[in-house]
Design a protein around this ligand. Sequence first.
Ligand code: C2E
Ligand code: MG
Ligand code: MG
Ligand code: MG
Length: 290
Amino acid sequence: NADTALFRAKETGRDNYAFFTERMDAEIRDKLAIQAQLRGAIARDEFEVHYQPQMCLRTGVMLGAEALLRWDNAVLGKVPPNRFIPLAEEYGMVNAIGEWVLESVCAQIKLWHDEGLGDIKVAVNLSAGQFGHDNTVAFVEATLRHFGIAPANLGLEITEGTVMGDPDKAVAALKRLKDIGVSISLDDFGTGYSSLGYLKRFPIDVLKIDKSFVDDVTTNANDAAIALSVISLAHNLNLRVIAEGVETRAQVDFLAERGCDEMQGYYFSRPLAAPAFTALLRQPRNLLAP
Ligand code: C2E
Ligand code: MG
Ligand code: MG
Ligand code: MG
């Protein structure tokens, strides 16, 4: 936190004070540069959606993909979404970006569909700012209709953070989305403050076990216990469960043996640009094969 950093810097002397203010200046400059560049990013066509396969563990079949936004800017280079999405939220730009993502994904699903590449389901991450908008549900519906896509081919990923601002409004919006037939995943499960309360209130179809529990699941007894509990919790609530950030065969086997339904991670594939993902759809490989 900047204030406590400043406070501590003052305590420890002038040199540190100068160091911390310089660092804060740099941080602010950095943020302002991102803000300035974000403004024209859609018009300059600097965004691209990448697709990461989500695998069924029982059959080895790819069930769908998560859409992950990429930004490549002439001045700043590649900026990761963990960096620019929160700033886009702060600057009120996240709704425009979110709508761009949804339209790109739906256009892509339509292309795959027209090519006969099957019923791929794509999950799109939603931001908090999008739930502040009364329009979000209507926009999703209109976009599906515009591209002629079945709602079952679209999923939305939310986190506690997404819905925290106005949970009542979010519950209402999610219920409408679910009524249309769009499925809802609770992302980063277990990393927030009140995951269980949200489970009770929100109309959710899928729980995503956060990568932080998957990383050491085969070596750390606590992580293993948490992963197992999330799997049984999900199944007892009639939800499907997907592990994210799966990188090793040992993690695959461990989670598969314990009934995890789906997985996603570098072990199977990194997020791929549309052409590479299309190639994967044209020539299905068993990504589960040892
Ligand atoms: P997330 O939704 O939890 O996405 C999972 C992140 O884990 C992605 O990072 C993905 O590339 C990464 N990942 C997947 N498998 C592995 C693995 O095996 N190992 C490792 N080390 N990482 C893995 P990414 O693409 O950098 O996205 C970060 C976050 O940014 C996302 O977390 C999501 O919260 C947000 N984000 C990305 N795209 C969008 C978007 O279109 N809209 C919104 N609102 N947020 C987005
Ligand atoms: Mg996600
Ligand atoms: Mg996640
Ligand atoms: Mg995450």
